[in-house]
Design a protein around this ligand. Sequence first.
Ligand code: FAD
Length: 531
Amino acid sequence: MTRFDVDVVVVGAGFAGLYSAYKARTEGWSVVGIEAAPEVGGTWFWNRYPGARCDVESLDYSYSFDEELQREWRWSERYATQPEILSYIKHVADRFDLRRHFRFETRVTQARFDDDASRWVVRTDAGQEYRARFLLLATGSLSAPKVPDIAGFEDFAGEVYMTSSWPQTDPDVSGKRVGVIGTGSSGIQVIPVLAAQAEHLTVFQRSPNFSVPAFNRELDDEEWEQALAAYPERRRTSWAGGAGSPHTSHPGDPLTMTDEERREVLEEFWQRGGVLFGKTFANQTIDPRINEFARQFAEERIREIVQDPAVADDLVPTDHPIGTKRICTDSGYFETFNRDDVTLVNLRKDPIDTITPWGIKTDQGSHELDVLVLATGFDAMTGALTRIDIEGPRGHRIADAWSGGPLTYLGMAIPGFPNMFSLSGAGSPSVLANMVLTGEQQVNWLVDLIHHCDEHGHTQVEARLDAAEAWGSHVDEVASKTLFVGANSWYMGANVEGKARGFMPYLGGFATYGALCDEARDEGYAGFVLG
Ligand code: FAD
């Protein structure tokens, strides 16, 4: 077995992992990154299905740490496509010469803490062993795909593709009968594109979702020049904002507005597009009355677009307040259901009975398919970590430690696992904020922590159990005051059978979270045992 000794092992080469490697090297630490994919990019390497785009504007969904990088990369659209985001990440890897730190096509299978040597011993499926002072798990919150457990799945004789691991060569579905299972963000993005290519598209929907048009557009030169001039202020407001982007809610109180005033505001925010509609009013995901204004407005838009009222009935979500599952951002999603060559199957009324070699049999019918596309989501926030066999010095295993739900201190450190940190994961703003900035903020904070350890001669740093419990209670308490906890969402772990239920990301806001992390640092890292 090949063995290597380094300061830092980083797992994952997405936005967070690349920045971790960059910072570690800048600080003069030896670093090795390990990535299962053959290339950098993380989410944007794997999710290359047609129609994939970011739903945070490109200007914001990009690194902020290097002024020149920010100025030299020219985004072509308001919401970049997957190929453009992947090109950007590759550009960053080349520009800062980061690829040389990574071992690609290599999966971390095991990590054990050697207490005597204060080293993580990290093993890979390629038979290598890395010993590291610090282990940074940049393994992603939406990177452990969930395959549905449907009877007969193995028997299907046609082509099967998952949106979360789409083939590098785009499959040609023209002239084919295509079925899509899943209508979350990925399903909603891929469905209009597949509908335009396939002979017939059948959409199998269990949970309808709210989706708002992206109103995407090209960024012309004039707009780009203006954006560049405004960038410093845009970033400043993003860092000070609730979700790592420069957008804020309408300042007015919808409860005291007239119907007309409220509709004007809702229309204005609708036109901003996508997830930004979720921000229309400050208390939209807290006060059910305010939520209802936005929900009704969205329902009316769906019913305006979808011509067949029975299909519209099936597409209107009725089981969760708007915004408590991520609002999807689409380009012609609801319009797709007006096509003659598209069929919607509402699995709540007509559940899947079995998958057969030639298609899908539901309670009420048979759907012959040549291609099956699974847009069935992820074991979100915890799946990538618990799929690694991680063992701390006192025999704690991560899968057991988190069997009742993830417990972290400040969303990064886990009691029982010294010198190991998770990035963009449970207990942090994570998927509720612009994740590029979240990654930068956490890595910067961890760099300070490692310096603190080195300066004070500490070889081990471990989150205190009471500090993690207090943080967990805070995360729960903030969530419990919102409508989020009433939805069966992947934020709650509800999409994975047997997974513990609890609201996983931190809802207190991006800037507030950063301030709390800084406070913990300024108070001498009292939430940690340092030894
Ligand atoms: P990832 O990009 O997920 O990278 C993690 C990497 O770790 C992966 O490459 C994976 O292969 C690797 N890995 C995991 N386990 C192992 C292991 N055991 N061994 C080796 N390698 C491993 N967020 C936004 O803020 N805005 C958006 O618009 C947005 N759009 C999205 C669209 C889609 C389709 C998806 C799926 C997610 C989207 N997200 C968005 C969330 C997105 O995941 C993050 O923004 C961001 O890309 C996460 O970066 P990361 O580095 O934390 O993780």
